[in-house]
Write a protein that binds this ligand. Structure first.
Ligand SMILES: CC(C)(COP(=O)(O)OP(=O)(O)OC[C@H]1O[C@@H](n2cnc3c(N)ncnc32)[C@H](O)[C@@H]1OP(=O)(O)O)[C@@H](O)C(=O)NCCC(=O)NCCS
Length: 167
């Protein structure tokens, strides 16, 4: 009777069947595949290998033993730097991104971190809206921060205080 489920009920049932695993070497190939089709200038495989050194906050989300999203973040002093978050295309808009941010903020609170900060491309209005919906606010801009074709693109700097609110 799947066709009787509302969109939201269907989304919840999909999200309920997911598991979280700490980011590890065994996830690299699948994570890199998702990254390559999701970002205009994807991270290189070596970049993912480098973040494994400081991986305590990073994790993947799996359904049916397949990675459907990942979150890469590191702790710097009392801050969490959210470096990359991505949901596989067929699982977008089902609450997984929000659910991963909730997992991340819980990990940050356990580590006694005070805020999450991130940079997002100025042209990536979808991700900026996503972050705003999850409680982030814009706190500044970094000029020419990203490569874009032959040119450069600004970054929007956003933050979420972990002292004032939970997602
Ligand atoms: C950004 C991203 C992680 C969001 O993941 P997601 O699982 O699709 O997001 P959610 O379903 O949890 O969305 C939560 C809310 O964020 C907002 N949102 C999410 N995607 C959006 C989009 N494409 N456009 C506008 N708002 C969006 C909506 O308000 C949404 O709630 P709703 O679906 O009830 O309207 C995902 O789109 C993605 O992987 N993008 C490509 C990689 C990327 O840009 N990462 C960020 C780099 S800084």
């Amino acid at each position: 009777m799947l066709w009787l489920l509302s969109k939201r009920e269907n989304q919840i049932s999909k999200a309920a069947n997911t598991i979280i695993e700490n980011f590890s070497e065994s996830h690299l190939d699948e994570v890199f595949t998702i990254e390559k089709y999701s970002n205009p200038t994807p991270w290189r495989l070596q970049t993912f290998q480098k973040v494994l050194v400081n991986r305590t906050l990073s994790f993947v989300i799996k359904a049916n033993n397949k990675i459907i999203g990942f979150c890469i973040a590191s702790a710097v002093h009392e801050e969490c730097h959210l470096q990359n978050i991505c949901v596989a295309k067929e699982f977008k808009r089902q609450g997984l991104g929000k659910s991963m941010l909730k997992t991340l903020t819980t990990r940050c609170q356990v580590a006694n971190l005070k805020q999450v900060i991130l940079e997002v491309r100025a042209s990536n209005s979808a991700a900026q809206n996503f972050y705003k919906q999850c409680g982030f606010s814009e706190i500044g801009r970094r000029k020419d921060y990203y490569r874009l074709g032959d040119g450069r693109e600004n970054a929007v700097l956003m933050s979420l205080s972990l002292e004032k609110r939970f997602l």
